[in-house]
Write a protein of this length. Structure first.
Length: 84
């Protein structure tokens, strides 16, 4: 295994998804939302995250984004949005 730098922006495609009607305790996301697994070319790990807008579809191209205003310093700071 080795570290690899990815170009900015990071673009991947939705591998799987779940439509979440009610999030768990202390999940600070508006709901319902899509929890998605994203496959990034050249990366052997499937990234988890959530879609901030739109309807998830398998194979849909998405771009990574990061909360910079009031970050929580958790995985919830990473989100995905559709590539337009």
């Amino acid at each position: 295994m080795k570290w690899v730098e990815f170009p900015n922006p990071v673009i991947g495609e939705i591998f799987t998804f779940t439509h979440v009607e009610y999030p768990g305790f202390r999940i600070e996301l508006s709901y319902p939302y899509y929890q998605i697994d994203v496959k990034i070319p050249g990366c052997c790990t499937i990234m988890k995250g959530y879609l901030i807008r739109g309807e998830a579809k398998i194979g849909m191209k998405v771009k990574a984004g990061f909360l910079t205003r009031k970050p929580t310093n958790t995985i919830l700071d990473l989100y995905w949005k559709p590539v337009e």
